[in-house]
Design a protein around this ligand. Structure first.
Ligand SMILES: Cc1cc2nc3c(=O)[nH]c(=O)nc-3n(C[C@H](O)[C@H](O)[C@H](O)COP(=O)(O)OP(=O)(O)OC[C@H]3O[C@@H](n4cnc5c(N)ncnc54)[C@H](O)[C@@H]3O)c2cc1C
Length: 617
């Protein structure tokens, strides 16, 4: 008898997972040999597709090197060396000059992960064997030797007693009758007529996907977040331009880029890190949220949690702005009314913390403009506004996450207290209607203000905006097609002035989790076999359909017949919805959620193998 465990996907989670399996088996050995199959379609074992080692070094992580690890906090053996404990330690050990608060490149992260996977494989306990398969998994079917077998795109299959899908970020197909479908068919028709009009649905790897964009072309990038920043870097540094002495030396190969988003403002920069420890909540504590959960069953994110989030942010903000005495007074106010009075008496209006302004920085302009009128009288006026917004943001980010009141509030609450929110949000803990609020309102603000690029990237964006290589769409932009000119054109009713035309449209966003429309043959085959379904949050407040897969509390996939798969599980991005905020790498010394979840899965999977051993000694 031999056991077979299959890990599908060898990106960051696959790397953590392999170590968690081998570490657990070291402490809790099985009687029979265990084969661990790790399968990766990119062939890049460790970083996978996203943290590929071949991507250019100007594509950065948005996490500092000391806050990235591949190992759990309990893994004394792996953490014995600084070169393994964090990405920063690894890079220093390699002789790379990098500070603890610097942002490494994604390729460096990929090299770290690849080496950590090699190290894991070189330290296997007796009776454990690792097999790497450089192939794409296309199906899971019942097997002759084991319960399942994994079907690969090279025509072979692998036996598997236990399977975990760690397949990460998906690629969604173009849905019929959608904007992308119209843009695809428009550009194809124009190309037939000899135009260079194009629409790119998934922009990674950016260099290869944007080679057709010629110098001086106009490109519309949907998104102003991390992917849009990658696109801008590729069109500038990737084409030979250089940022030097606070300016930019063009290569002459740059196109002109218009960055677009519903809000019309770029993501906020990550503040310079000044912390050594994560912030611990005063108001939004595990005890408070667990009490809420116990009282209510399902918690309303907007009504129950938002007030706590805003209060906690206010506390951090005013403590940073005015000192602990003011923070304590703010905290100890008996009512919201008293708190408002305290702020009104002590803080100038323009220095007050406002969640509403974070949510909508145009709030004041909007309230001063008659309905139906543009907020800006020209594109130049709007551009000046965005440039000023970027300057202010850079100034705050440079102060640091303990000195800037705003950045401290954002970093401490929206980032450091994610695990506290997970206690109530995960496993369908929210009411259906407030789950929609989390997805459609809170997550958008959270991503924009707390998950932005390093400040160096925002500085580059500012320089390029000042030089005219990058401009912005205006709020609520509209993208249309002109059969006559063969070009796309864009306008914003919030900005007066002529429409602008572009030859190319790039979808500059990571695809949202939408398993039903995922182009992966594996996912589609599992739907066909009724082995999976998407998660629906349903209660008296409504029905909220999510794009992530439904799993049990122990991550077993649930089929369309309501039955959990006893031996097939999934974790990470594919289960976004049932579990919250999975697109993040493991951090040391905070009992990282992604590693904790993998440990739980390993424990359950190995105990099932143990049961099998007792049944067939
Ligand atoms: C561009 C980008 C930058 C990011 N930067 C950061 C950052 O700086 N900091 C941070 O904390 N988070 C970042 N993230 C969030 C991201 O979720 C994590 O960095 C990480 O990549 C997630 O790891 P994962 O292993 O769960 O998924 P992935 O990295 O997506 O890995 C999944 C792997 O599974 C493989 N795979 C999928 N399907 C199959 C199949 N059928 N057969 C075989 N193999 C398959 C894929 O090739 C892939 O390598 C970033 C995300 C993106 C997209």
């Amino acid at each position: 008898m031999e056991h077979h465990i299959a890990v599908i996907g060898a990106g960051p989670r696959g790397t953590y997972c392999l170590r968690r399996i081998t570490l657990y088996l070291k402490k809790h050995p099985l009687k029979h040999p265990v084969n661990v199959h790790i399968i990766e379609k990119s062939g890049n074992f460790g970083g996978g597709g996203i943290h590929s080692v071949t991507q250019p070094d100007y594509l950065l992580l948005n996490t500092i090197g000391t806050q990235i690890t591949a190992f759990g906090d309990d893994d004394d053996e792996a953490r014995a060396s600084e070169a393994r404990k964090t990405l920063h330690g690894y890079l220093v050990d390699q002789g790379i000059s990098i500070g603890p608060n610097d942002y490494p490149s994604r390729a460096q992260h990929g090299r770290y992960l690849a080496d950590m996977m090699d190290w894991t494989q070189a330290h296997l306990p007796p009776g454990v064997f690792v097999h790497r398969h450089s192939a794409k998994v296309i199906d899971i079917e019942s097997g002759p030797i084991t319960d399942q077998q994994i079907v690969l795109d090279n025509g072979t299959s692998i036996p598997a007693d236990e399977i975990i899908l760690l397949t990460g970020h998906g690629k969604n197909r173009v849905v019929p009758d959608s904007g992308p479908a119209a843009w695809t068919s428009f550009s194809k028709n124009q190309q037939k007529k000899g135009d260079r009009t194009s629409y790119v649905h998934l922009v990674y790897p950016i260099d290869a996907k944007t080679r057709h964009v010629e110098p001086g072309d106009f490109v519309y990038v949907i998104g102003m977040g991390l992917t849009a920043v990658d696109v801008v870097k590729t069109f500038t540094m990737g084409r030979g331009g250089k940022f030097e002495n606070g300016g930019y030396i063009p290569s002459g190969k740059e196109p002109f880029v218009i960055l677009a988003s519903r809000l019309g403002l770029p993501y906020s920069a990550r503040a310079h890190n000044q912390k050594t420890d994560q912030y611990k909540g005063k108001i939004l504590t595990p005890e408070t949220v667990l009490k809420l959960k116990a009282q209510k069953g399902k918690v309303d994110f907007e009504k129950d949690l938002m007030p706590l989030i805003i209060l906690e942010m206010g506390y951090v903000y005013y403590t940073t702005l005015m000192g602990t005495q003011m923070g304590d007074q703010f905290l100890n106010c008996a009512s919201d009314e008293e708190r408002r009075r305290l702020i009104a008496e002590n803080v100038a209006a323009e220095e007050r913390f406002s969640w509403e302004d974070l949510e909508n920085p145009f709030r004041k302009i909007q309230s001063q403009t008659p309905p139906g009128h543009p907020w800006f009288s020209s594109m130049e006026e709007y551009t000046r506004y965005v440039i000023e917004y970027l300057r202010r943001d850079i100034k705050e980010a440079e102060k640091g996450n303990l000195t800037s009141p705003l950045k401290a509030a954002v970093d401490s609450v929206l980032r450091d207290l994610r695990d506290t929110l997970r206690l109530v949000v995960d496993r369908g803990g929210l009411t259906a209607s407030s789950h929609r609020y989390l997805d459609k309102v809170f997550n958008r603000v959270n991503n924009r203000v707390a998950v932005g690029p390093p400040v160096s990237s925002t500085r580059e964006l500012l320089i390029l905006a000042e030089m005219g290589f990058v401009s912005f769409s205006g709020p609520t932009p509209k993208l249309s097609m002109n059969e006559g000119t063969g070009e796309f054109f864009i306008e914003s009713d919030k900005v007066a002035g002529p429409v602008r035309s572009v030859q190319h449209v790039l979808n500059g966003r990571i695809h949202g989790v939408d398993n039903k429309n995922d182009s992966s043959p594996l996912i589609q085959n599992l739907f066909r076999r009724e082995m999976i379904r998407t998660f629906v949050n349903k209660d008296e407040t409504g029905v909220y359909q999510l794009g992530g897969l439904d799993v049990t509390d122990d991550f077993n996939l649930i089929g369309s017949n309501d039955r959990p798969q006893p031996h097939v599980c999934a974790l990470g991005i594919p289960v976004e919805g049932k579990f919250w905020f999975n697109a993040a790498d493991a951090r040391p010394d905070v009992n990282s959620n992604s590693i904790a979840q993998l440990s739980r899965w390993v424990e359950k999977a190995v105990s099932r193998l143990k049961t099998k051993e007792s049944a067939k000694p």
